[in-house]
Design a protein around this ligand. Sequence first.
Ligand SMILES: [Zn+2]
Length: 460
Amino acid sequence: MRKHISPFLVMFVPFMAVMGAAQVSSPDDRYKADILVVVAHPDDDTVVSSYLARAIFEEHKRVAVLYCTRGDSGANSWGREHARALGLVREIEGRRAMSSLEITNVWFLNGRDTSSQNVLVSLAAWGSGGVLEDTIRIFRLTRPEVVFTWLPGSVAGENHGDHQAAGVIATQAFDMAGDPAVFAAQLAAPIRQFENALEGLSPWQAKELYYFSDAFDTGFFHGRGPEYWGREISPSRKASYLELAARAAAPYYTQSPDPQLNRQIESGGELGPVLAKLQQTGYFPDPVRLWLAKSLVRKPATADVFEGIGPVPVPFTPPRQSAFGAPKALEVSLAGPWGFYQDFWRAHELETLRVLRPEIAVRPDDTLTIPLLLRNNRAEPSRIAVSLSLPEGWKQGRQLSPFTVPGHGELTAAVPVIAPGAQSANFAEIRIAVTSGGTSLYQESLFVKISPYVAEQLRW
Ligand SMILES: [Zn+2]
């Protein structure tokens, strides 16, 4: 019987021979980035897009953008599409927006958009391990000099756990992408012609990590990094950087407070009044404030982003680990996101973030559950009492009887407090005191603002 030779094979044999002879050893320079922006949702870029316009159009920097989700649980101001269908719509909105800034290297990961203020809920919903692996792959593909991402911290007005989760993942990737022991299949040389496992990437250490935030007031960023005014005029585009940012944001119909404004921008009319209306709703903060969280080049924190950034790669520089103190017999700490950030900042050598106090914003009449971790390092059970000192108008959700923590055990106490019904301009201070046998173990304050413009509160 004659053997059948597929035309497909005949076609590919000469191609394989050519490919086999020509070994490509350098990375694809079309994907090299000066700045990699790691955010949670399509439209998060609008917080820094007036700076990106400056970096791209004046300084000719190459920018790549990574969205950890497609924004599939957001609202839709324009069409009926929601959930995964909205994710498809928002992916295209993001690609169109970025193309206005001439950014074409845009990736979307498979985190599910999750409405909450709790970063831990977002990390769980995303499947943070898979998102981290994908993010590290994109670090190694784009080899960024500088990384921009959301502040990994709980500050009032930073109303999305997903934003914070993007900051957590980007920080982890910054510290891990240069480690050849991490996700080693990404680094292994391909061993087959039709390779589908080993990726041929190289470890990569980015040089600087900058955070930004949509906190109600970003004044606390002042002095921590450079600030860029969007009202300045781009010499090459003859428009302000804010106007360039507004044009880039025009495709975000679904997320707009008024999509007719987006249509007006796209129609090429007068931008000023539209820009002013969008800025009133929180779009395009001016100036763009950055926080230099990590730098492997010597420079003042407030220096220009690219000062001191040269073409020579830097070696892998993992964070220095600080030693844990000796355990006390009884230990108390805020748990949940606030406790997590204490551990996270220590693990990633983010000492400058320790100035951030525990704070959050809640809706009027909302219940805030304060989680306290009680750990007993003694052999015998311990009785631990928690008391609160609440500002005027706040109520305790229920009376707290003393907690019994088993020997060599721990428990997380949920302490509910109910916010007043009225919005507040100032922070309220909730004082927490923990005692055992009449001895003070712990005192902490949580600072809370009441605002209708925040995501759902922490509950469990
Ligand atoms: Zn967002």
